[in-house]
Design a protein around this ligand. Structure first.
Ligand code: IPM
Ligand code: MG
Length: 379
């Protein structure tokens, strides 16, 4: 008998658009297995976010989802968006749903690890020796900067032309809270922090750099450097191994995290976390999602890679539920599956045999079952 020791964790699953439901189904297999074979227990709700939500309710972040999101301990999302919503009103696009849930839940800290799996070295466009062992953590500020600054809008001018405008702004407190997360992460890792800005051009970046510089004085164990965003892009593409933790404002973090993901060659494997303030017990409410998009071109074809969503679930267990032990078991099962040669089309080399989305999920499950059977509590 399995003894239930842990409290019941409220999870909200948002399957989103495109390949979302297919990859979520594989993460759900993992959730079920954990419930059956460990002391953890979940209460699961399903909700709508993105294009599917807009189609069914007229809003990309409907009130029902909002309520469930507030009640949940953690949220697992797959991906949202697709060409069918390109002509939806600007404030109803699937992307708006994502921006709204981030702001609504105060998810200011976006963690995007970019790691290279040894057995997939050849999938990168960069030479092997540049990326072997690569392990970068991008920490992106997620609910400030030019994405949310006011005023913003599109002005109709008397001559019939238009002017679109946005505001890039950062307040001391916004920089302080995200920099804290970055220093804490650097201390757990290789103790190197690279803070990104455009302090040569933007006032919001001058404040950003001043705050990080001040905080760095109290962090003698972390080597902190500052880098302009354009230079950081060049450095990432030419010598990525110089980076450990990268701290970036919202827009720069958006761009650099795609670049970092691309150079690993395995975007189908990369998870992410968007976290709110850390609570007394050391966990934070969070939204977890793969870095890849909704891939509408392969939706429903069972070709998508479910591993990034499964690894996002691992991040959820570690960061929101304080279960690093279970996160580790999942990460090990994913690594073992890859080392044993199983490939979905996105990570296969030409002529390598590929398997489907659900077969990939099943391979992970097999390996998880073996390691969890050793951990099962006797009762
Ligand atoms: C991301 C995405 C989003 C962003 C979009 C979908 C709103 O690109 O999470 O990186 O720009 O933040
Ligand atoms: Mg992006």
């Amino acid at each position: 008998m399995v003894i239930k020791m842990d409290k019941t964790h409220k999870l909200l699953l948002l399957s989103g658009d495109g390949i979302g439901p297919e990859v979520m189904a594989e993460a759900e297999k993992v959730i079920e297995l954990l419930e059956k074979n460990t002391d953890i227990s979940f209460s699961i709700q399903h909700g709508l976010l993105g294009g599917c939500a807009y189609d069914q309710t007229g809003s990309p972040y409907p009130p029902e989802t909002k309520q469930m999101a507030h009640e949940a301990d953690a949220i697992l999302l797959t991906a949202i968006g697709g060409p069918m919503w390109e002509n939806a009103p600007f404030n109803k696009r699937p992307e708006q749903g994502l921006l709204d849930i981030r702001a609504d839940l105060n998810l200011f800290a976006n963690l995007r690890p970019a790691r290279v799996f040894d057995c997939l070295l050849d999938a990168s466009s960069l030479k092997n020796d540049l990326i072997k062992g690569l392990d970068i953590l991008i920490i992106r500020e997620l609910i400030g900067g030019i994405y949310f600054g006011e005023p913003r809008g599109i002005e109709n001018l008397p001559d019939g032309k238009k002017r679109g405008f946005n505001t890039a702004s950062y307040h001391t407190d916004e920089v302080t809270r995200i920099a804290k997360v970055a220093f804490a992460a650097a201390k757990r890792r290789k103790k190197q922090l690279c803070s990104i800005d455009k302090a040569n051009v933007l006032e919001s970046s001058i404040v950003w750099r001043e705050v990080v510089t001040e905080m760095a004085k109290n962090e003698p164990n972390v080597t902190t450097i500052h880098m302009y965003a354009d230079n950081a892009a060049m450095q990432l593409a030419s010598n990525p191994a110089q980076f450990d933790v990268i701290l970036a404002p919202n827009l720069a973090g958006d761009i650099l995290s795609d670049l970092a993901a691309a150079i690993t060659g395995s975007i189908g494997l990369l998870p992410s976390a968007s976290l709110s303030e850390i609570t007394e017990n050391g966990t934070a409410k969070g939204l977890y999602e793969p870095v890849h998009g909704s891939a509408p071109d392969i939706a429903g074809k069972e070709q998508a890679n479910p591993l990034a969503t499964i690894l996002s679930l691992a991040m959820l267990l570690e960061n929101s539920l304080d279960r690093k032990d279970l996160a580790q078991v999942i990460e090990d099962a994913v690594s073992a599956t890859l080392n044993d040669g199983f490939r979905t089309p996105d990570i296969a080399r030409s002529r390598e045999k590929t398997i489907t989305t659900s077969q990939m999920g099943d391979e992970v499950i097999k390996r998880l079952q073996i390691s969890l059977s050793g951990k099962r509590k006797a009762g």
